[in-house]
Design a protein around this ligand. Structure first.
Ligand code: UDP
Ligand code: MN
Length: 546
């Protein structure tokens, strides 16, 4: 009886959750359909429950996708200067590799159709479709015949795996059967934009050790609108080694000022997993780490191989590819979190060297996770005479959130109240900072790192890629993406326990109501202005100044 009522209770809450979820999705669908662009009028969502259950399953508006043509129009979002640009003849041939698992039919076909329609025939040698054991009937039984009978393009080659191998092994397999000189890896839910291919290939033709990414625009999973993203970002990563779009460094902003169509040189990583590389160079680097499981972190790992072992990475703004940004819709044969930790751990062991301790101290949970054998990866580095992670950070990615040149690492405490700066507050919609009780050092949980702040050599105060920011105009201090601006430079006086904002000459001040620190006239006798920059993060292997 007790268990029956518990079950009832559980069912009730599940129903409540589903209804709440449906309302939320409905809300989002409505919001986004209002801002649609370049699309035929959306069929009014008649059978809402049907539409929404499709959305829940595929994490995209499949109802809408199915109603859009495979060769729908998308606007040309390139800088006008890119249009009409001429490219050299005799560019190397291209193999496109797309690994997919249970991609919905209309989404996959739109990807393929966009490639055929928007790639010059003389460049595109083949499209290798690697079906990673999809279970949907349409893909299992109809795709092969549809491709050969309806699309009927001999350049499309389908391989079907009979067990799940994951994206990483799938891409390596694709590379192994490719016959083009250039490999381009794409997801199975993209639409390439007009003129996307020549700008990529022509950059590669100049340098066999170069890797390039297009700008990856956002296709909304709600309304399938194509939304261009700004081109003044490069692709880097967070402390957790996940991709992070980082504002272009000032040197690069200056260099590109007169001509925004020139490639963003020195991107620390590829733009997510979408990139082009010479087949020979991919093999020389050892391809993707074949011991990584399913997917995640492989493009960060490969980017390190590229930079440290003699290559370079660029983002080419005249090439644009739209990608549906949606949550992962599929399951894995193993626990998702353990796959991600395993793959991250392989990068840590392969590359991080003395930063390994930094990583494990910041994320203590990861220290005990199995990461398989990485010895052979390191001997391959030696064989290729690769440079190390410190060289990479110093020369390729000095804007990194990893401690490079710094004065201290640890908590920043408002001493009288024993409250600390905490990255969690960046979820405040205005990104304003509110202080939280200081955590005990070395408490091994996943939120510990949120109070680790680096006071860097050039005066920023940052947790990961988020910098303490102030200005005369802004009432409250914020944690915003580090952008190298003066608004993020601080001078700390240990003697006065005072945090002075350099450009305004005002001081951090925590009002008694703890409604977040503000900038105000400096007065070191005020308790509200007593901050203590601790140096209590137990990692002292970096390039500490002074
Ligand atoms: N994929 C796959 N097998 C897997 C996981 C993913 O073939 O076990 C494919 C997926 O269909 C997609 C690509 O790998 O084409 C990248 O995955 P996804 O788009 O889900 O990753 P995200 O873009 O969200 O990082
Ligand atoms: Mn994707």
């Amino acid at each position: 009886m007790v268990s029956a009522s518990l079950r009832l209770c559980y069912k009730f809450f599940t129903a409540l959750l589903v209804i709440t979820g449906l309302c939320y999705t409905q809300y989002k669908l409505n919001v986004f359909t209002k801002t649609r662009d370049n699309l035929p009028p959306l069929n009014p969502i008649k059978s809402n429950v049907h539409v929404q259950s499709l959305f829940f399953k595929y994490k995209l508006n499949l109802y809408l996708s199915d109603s859009l043509s495979f060769d729908r129009f998308i606007a040309d979002h390139r800088n006008p200067k890119c249009q009409g640009r001429e490219y050299p003849p005799n560019l190397p041939s291209v193999s496109i590799i797309i690994v997919f698992h249970n991609e919905p039919w209309s989404v996959l076909l739109r990807t393929i159709k966009s490639l055929i329609d928007r790639s010059p025939k003389y460049l595109l040698k083949e499209i290798l479709l690697i079906d990673d054991f999809s279970t949907s009937n349409s893909i299992k039984y109809n795709l092969k015949s549809y491709l050969s009978e309806t699309i009927n393009d001999p350049r499309i080659k389908l391989t079907r795996f009979t067990s799940r191998i994951g994206l990483i092994k799938g891409r390596n397999y694709g590379a192994s059967i490719a016959t083009g000189n250039i490999l381009i890896f794409l997801d199975s839910h993209v639409e390439v934009n007009i003129g996307w291919l020549e700008p990529l290939v022509s950059r590669l033709a100049e340098d066999t050790n170069r890797v390039v990414s297009p700008i990856v625009d956002l296709i909304s999973p709600f309304d399938f609108s194509y939304n261009p993203v700004p081109d003044n970002f490069m692709s880097g990563f967070t402390w957790k080694l996940t991709h992070f779009m980082q504002p272009l460094p000032l040197r690069e902003q200056k260099r590109r000022k007169d001509d925004p169509t020139i490639p963003i040189n020195r991107s620390p990583t590829t733009y997510g997993g979408i990139f082009a590389i010479h087949r020979q160079f991919f093999f020389k680097l050892g391809g993707h780490d074949p011991d990584m499981s399913y997917l995640s972190y492989e493009s960060i790992d490969l980017s390190l191989w590229v930079w440290c072992c003699g290559g370079n990475i660029e983002i080419v703004p005249c090439s644009r590819v739209g990608h549906i940004h949606r949550d992962l819709p599929y399951n894995f044969p193993a626990k998702k979190e353990s796959i991600f930790l395993f793959n991250a751990g392989r990068i840590v062991e392969t590359w991080l060297r003395r930063y390994k301790m930094f990583y494990y101290l910041a994320f203590p949970k990861t220290a005990s996770i199995d990461r398989g054998n990485t010895v052979w990866r390191r001997s391959h580095q030696q064989a290729l005479n690769c440079k190390n992670f410190t060289w990479y950070l110093t020369n390729v990615y000095p804007e990194t959130g990893f401690p490079l040149y710094y004065q201290s690492i640890g908590q920043i405490e408002h001493t009288p109240s024993m409250l600390c700066f905490d990255l969690r507050t960046k979820i405040n919609s205005d990104k304003s900072v509110t202080l939280k009780p200081c955590r005990l050092n070395h408490r091994p949980d996943s939120s510990y790192y949120l109070q680790i702040f680096i006071y860097t050599g050039n005066g920023t105060i940052r947790c990961d890629n988020w910098c303490l920011t102030g200005s005369k105009e802004m009432e409250k201090l914020t944690l915003t993406a580090c952008d190298y601006s003066q608004s993020q430079i601080w001078i700390y006086s240990a003697k006065k326990s005072q945090l002075r904002h350099k450009s305004t000459n005002l001081c951090a001040h925590l009002p008694a109501n703890n409604d977040g620190p503000i900038l105000i006239q400096c007065n070191h006798s005020l308790l509200e202005q007593k901050f203590f920059i601790r140096d209590n993060f137990d990692w002292d292997e970096g390039n500490r100044l002074g």
